[in-house]
Design a protein around this ligand. Sequence first.
Ligand code: HEM
Ligand SMILES: *[C@@H]1O[C@H](CO)[C@@H](O)[C@H](O)[C@H]1NC(C)=O
Length: 505
Amino acid sequence: MERLFRLWSQLASYWSSLLTLGFSLTVFALLFVFIKRSRSWSRYPPGPTSLPFLGTILQVNFYNPHLCFNQLSKKFGNVFSLQYFWTNVVVLNGYEAVKDALVQKAEDFADRPYFPRYEHLGYNKRCEGLIISRYGPAWREQRRFALSTLKNFGMGKKSLENQISQEAGFLCSAFSSSSGLPYKQLIKKAVSNVIYSLTFGERFDYDDEKFQRLVEIFQQAMKEETGFLPQLLNEVPFLLRIPGVPQKVFQYQRASVSLVDEILNKHKETWESTHIKDFTDAFLQEVEKTKEGVETSFTYENLCLVAVDLFSAGTETSTTTLCWAVLYMLLHPEVQRKVHEEIDKVIGRDRSPNMLDQANMPYTNAVIHEIQRYGDIVPIGLPHMTYRDTELQGFFIPKDTVIITNLSSVLKDETFWEKPHQFYPEHFLDADGQFVKREAFLPFSAGRRMCLGEQLARMELFLFFTSLLQCFTFQVPEDQPRPREDGSFAITHFPHPYQIQAILR
Ligand code: HEM
Ligand SMILES: *[C@@H]1O[C@H](CO)[C@@H](O)[C@H](O)[C@H]1NC(C)=O
């Protein structure tokens, strides 16, 4: 009994000294972390005071997020912080801050936040599509594959050029036969056909009903991204578990995924390993090649999401830019006249434009760049997230902070542009009328997550724009008021509806 007691007390003192040691070590460690943390956190970017739980969301207007921050950046500077519920957000304004992050510290800023609100569509940690994919092996694999496959099918090549050129021809015919011109729908269909045929190997006539439905579903799906609700569902994801909620709130996003699934299922039947005709074929080949048990992002489910991503990223953007293009021609007839003159001089009326013409058309090229700069169609870019703790312009930004790159503030940066708040094609021309590149021209963003379709988009913009202006003079119809120059915002920044008259030249 006594021995047992002795043993027990020995053990107890042993434990207690161990505990004391452990406890003091923990306290030390915590203190150390705390000091280190507060030292770094004292250099966290400034921002408005945040409320418990709600953070600073009351200061955000979700319908016009790009406007309401104006006062904030005036007050807190080019790098400031916000809080959405429990998520830390840092906003970057101006060319210097955005470039430092995306280019100088490319990898630190290459991640994307996780979006629980897309889970019901099939996006998850192993199947992430392309756009919202976290920075990692799956994203790298898909980005590399998409770039090289789009190249193989002609991005930056003659074959694709011919196809876009042909599509531009169809667009011009549609413009000349329509009265009360539904120009936006037509442009959208022409642009959709380009990405559709790259992805699925076929195009549609503009009056095809199936095509109409497809375009409409994707348009409605885009609308479901706007407003406060999607933001809330992302931050409080258990709300998505309430039966019927995702079905109701994201009805069209679900419809667009199942539509693409349907298209792919049909496509699979025509697949032949010896004849790879389009992006889908090439992807299916990768799926086939993958051995059992190998971890890969080449799965049928992911193909569906990647296709949805290409289609959504590739249509609204180019369409909106071309709508701004037509609007600015209405509003600036003297610019339109100069573009007409250059087209007549370099291309004439008898052949269609091609990409080689671009080098001989500095004015038109400058106009297209200015349309992108001034149209400013993705004002706050896509959200990024820090991949590790990092520093920016003397501020400490911890890992997993959501980063908003204000592309608008770069395209309108007063320290870089002569007339940031005017449509002024001379931004891209030197004294001799030659085209000049400008470093603060970042409509496609920069760095690792930079737009993957830039080359394709540039071809579309040049060929569609010059083809339209080769055929038509655009005017405001006589009984119509002068259209507004400003636009509204929903994911992209797009013009208010306006009316045009397209007069054959
Ligand atoms: C005028 C047309 C376009 C503009 C202004 C534009 C702009 C952008 C911007 C600002 C981003 C976000 C970059 C970032 O996160 O920092 C982006 C990403 C992306 N764009 Fe575009 N885009 C255009 C056309 C296209 C086209 C035609 C495609 C189709 C191939 C496309 C595919 C993508 C993809 C897949 C991403 C995500 C890249 C990634 O996360 O790695 N875009 N685009
Ligand atoms: C982005 O920049 C524009 C133009 O400088 C500014 O009006 C807007 O408030 C900025 N938005 C954010 C989120 O800082």
